[in-house]
Design a protein around this ligand. Structure first.
Ligand code: NAP
Length: 325
């Protein structure tokens, strides 16, 4: 039986792997479909402490993995098919194979919600991005008009951040009012560089033929009129989708599908911990994911120590802390 199974190899999962490996727990670390997580989809990471010149997202993640392996983490390239957390030990099915574990750390992250346009997919990394904090400072965006899509806190936060770089920031929203909090709305709408484009959706991002973003073709949902808005970048901020499908009914999720935490990294299931974007709809940064990965590892380690003490006491009873979902 595994002491710890960590699901996910983004910043949260690999930090948890480093800590649990250094605690001699030989964690099994499952990569899932996107080894390295969302950071591998960005180019230079400039806000991870310790890298004043920035670091390539892929390089950062492969270095974290190397560090975890050095201390004994077992990287397993595979996909989680199902879990059964209803009884102890915790049970997982990975590519058809059953695995039993004393503790599990969920670090499956979240995925950016996509508009679903063909031009969006073709121009991703060529001017279409999902993270202003990661990519806003790219040279091609400097002093150019930029477009943000969405009407929530993320879109307005991204737009406000982008005013540092762009000559103008248009917020394309499908309704005529933002869903974002009042403070974010007031701040964004008061900014001289920000201009909302109400009741509009993007039909196409231009120009796939040129291999870069030159504008967006918009459709006004009230008048049905179409128009072209020139821009050098499109920042899509229409929400995130936590990767929790496989945990539904097994661990408590909040109304938006994120893993609910009960203080620290503790979930509704004893022995199951959660870290990173899968349980964080607010910060969603590489460094906060790493921090919560560390917290989850420490909590798993303490849980195992208590479990060992309990088993060693001769009662033969399994320690159960908290309640199940
Ligand atoms: P969100 O609140 O779910 O907003 C998503 C926005 O995208 C909505 O305005 C929605 O339009 C729009 N949208 C969704 N699907 C779309 C589509 N297919 N095409 C066009 N537009 C679409 O997501 P979020 O802004 O990422 O925020 C998620 C959570 O994190 C929220 O609870 C938020 O408060 C929190 N958050 C907080 C902060 C902060 O406090 N600093 C910062 C970021 C996020 P409709 O409005 O028409 O539905």
């Amino acid at each position: 039986m595994e002491q710890v199974v960590i699901i996910g190899t983004g910043c949260a999962g690999l930090t948890a792997a480093i800590y649990t490996a250094r605690a001699n727990l030989a964690p099994m670390v499952l990569t899932g479909a996107m080894p390295g997580g969302l950071l591998t989809t960005t180019s230079t990471v400039e806000n991870f402490p310790g890298f004043p010149e920035g670091i390539d997202g892929n390089e950062l993640m492969s270095r974290m993995q190397e560090q975890a392996v050095r201390f004994g983490a077992k990287i397993h390239y595979g996909n989680l098919e199902s879990v059964d957390f209803s009884s102890y030990p915790l049970k997982l099915t990975i590519d058809g194979d059953p695995v039993e574990a004393k503790t599990v750390i969920i670090a499956t992250g979240s995925s950016h919600r996509h508009l679903g346009l063909e031009s969006e997919a073709k121009l991703e990394r060529f001017g279409v991005t999902y993270c202003a904090t990661c990519d806003g400072a790219w040279p091609q965006f400097r002093d150019q008009p930029l477009v943000v899509v969405g009407g929530g806190d993320s879109a307005l936060e991204e737009a406000t951040y982008l005013t540092r770089f762009g000559s103008k920031v248009y917020i394309v929203h499908r309704r005529d009012e933002f869903r974002a909090s009042k403070i974010m709305r007031d701040r964004a709408l008061a900014h001289e560089k920000i201009e909302p484009v109400w009741d509009s959706v993007i039909e196409e991002i231009l120009d796939v033929g040129a291999g870069k973003v030159t504008g967006v073709r918009l459709r006004n949902l009230k008048t049905n009129e179409t128009s072209v808005l020139p821009c050098a970048g499109v920042f899509i901020a229409i929400g995130h989708v936590p990767n929790t499908e496989v945990f539904k009914g097994q661990v408590e999720l909040d109304a938006h599908g994120y893993v609910s935490l009960r203080g620290g990294a503790t979930t509704s299931v004893p022995g199951v911990f959660s870290a990173g974007d899968v349980s964080d709809s607010v910060y969603r940064q590489a460094i906060t994911a790493a921090g919560t990965g560390c917290a989850a590892a420490i909590e798993a380690e303490r849980y195992l120590a208590a479990l060992d003490a309990n088993e060693g006491s001769g009662t033969g009873e399994v320690l159960v802390v908290g309640t199940r979902a």
